[in-house]
Design a protein around this ligand. Structure first.
Ligand code: SAH
Length: 354
């Protein structure tokens, strides 16, 4: 598929069932039951030539007038430690993105990418090193799930938008993806089983609160003062802590969903006792007694950033200090440590090698 074709033709993976039906009836001049058949195939990640219950003539017409934006599996890594699977996907235009499938007691969870690259510029993050190349289509985000399910013969029950890209910087496509995934005729996954992680685009958090989608919002906080946060996350200059945490409070008050904060621990930068005290005070100031959770993540050392992770004891100590200050905090379990499972690293290496 050339890029020209891809944009000119209709991506059926990005369509809702009603839109697909309309396309089948008005463009392909076929009866509606063909839309049901095509939707079932798309649900299974099939390409047109695999849709064996369609007449050959219709498959030829589909190839001419439509396309399927699923990514293809370029590389796949399976952790020998815990079975976590990481996919390096290739998109139709040669861009790469990553997804990670993790197994929990209650089922499978997938971490998805929403953009090829990222323009947020967080200094510790591998995904942002080459900047943003483009937004992913709704079907390219959904396709990461469909292809993983097909490849692994599993059903995914939980989704985290925590891979490459800033989901709220690709707002419309992400909202459309969320509706597709939630729809009964789509994957039928409840919003409560979906988390969206953002570096803090406060204006979009207000918009998201109005969408009537009770997602878990996860805020990449990483520092407890504007000075420290602006140094590692340029987005903080646009939306300082006051703007961000006021938006978080609004999100909770509108949706009733507990807010989760990500705090990446960087040795000597934000992992001292005084940082824990500041963090606790900040969260209490803005969120009072509202339920919240802090996820502590020892930083993954990305060569270009030079940031180091502290030892295990210092990480545990930081969690203990927060808990002592009545802040609910846990250290994130590391999965797929042997396969570079944190996002951005493979795409970055694939780009470096080209
Ligand atoms: N853009 C979104 C989602 C993608 S990043 C966001 O910023 O939230 C997913 C999470 O991984 C974020 O909390 C991000 O700050 C964190 N992260 C990125 N690079 C990391 C690294 N090197 N070590 C640990 N966490 C990292």
């Amino acid at each position: 598929m050339t890029e020209k074709n891809a944009s000119a033709l209709c991506d059926l993976v990005s369509m809702s069932f009603d839109e697909l039906s309309e396309f089948v009836v008005t463009v392909l001049k076929q009866p509606k039951f063909r839309a049901v058949q095509i939707a079932e195939w798309i649900r299974r990640g099939a390409c047109f030539s695999e849709m064996t219950n369609l007449p050959a003539k219709l498959i030829a017409e589909l190839n001419e007038k439509a396309w399927l934006s699923y990514p293809s599996v370029f590389q796949k890594f399976v952790s020998q430690i815990d079975g976590t699977v990481k996919f390096l996907y290739r998109l139709h235009d040669g861009e790469y993105v990553e997804s990670v499938v993790m197994q929990y007691e209650h089922g499978y969870s997938i971490c998805l990418s929403t953009q090829a690259g990222c323009r947020m510029g967080c200094r510790f993050c591998a995904s942002t090193i080459g900047g943003k190349v483009r937004d992913l289509l709704p079907g390219e985000i959904l396709g990461q799930i469909l292809v993983a399910e097909k490849d692994l013969s599993i059903r995914i029950s939980n989704i985290v938008l925590m891979g490459i890209g800033e989901p709220l910087d690709n707002y419309d496509n992400v909202i459309r993806f969320l509706k597709l995934v939630n729809s009964e005729k789509g994957l039928n996954i409840g919003y409560r089983h979906i988390s969206l992680s953002t570096c803090g685009l406060a204006d979009r958090i207000y918009r998201l609160a109005e969408e009537d989608m009770p997602l878990t919002l996860s805020i990449s906080l990483h520092a407890a003062s504007d000075e420290a946060r602006s140094e590692i996350m340029p987005v903080n200059k646009r939306f300082p802590l006051d703007a961000l945490l006021t938006a978080c409070r609004d999100y909770f008050d509108k949706t009733g969903r507990r807010i989760s904060f990500e705090y990446t621990l960087i040795a000597g930068k934000n992992d001292r006792k005084e940082d824990a005290v500041k963090l606790a005070a900040l969260l209490k100031k803005y969120l009072g007694k509202r339920p919240l959770h802090v996820n502590l993540i020892p930083v993954n050392e990305v060569e270009e950033s030079g940031f180091k992770r502290g030892n295990k004891a210092s990480v545990m100590q930081f969690a203990k200090e927060l808990n002592a200050l009545s802040i609910n905090a846990t250290v994130r379990r590391t999965l797929g440590a042997d396969i570079n499972a944190s996002c951005g690293q493979l795409r970055h290496n694939a780009d470096k090698n080209e």
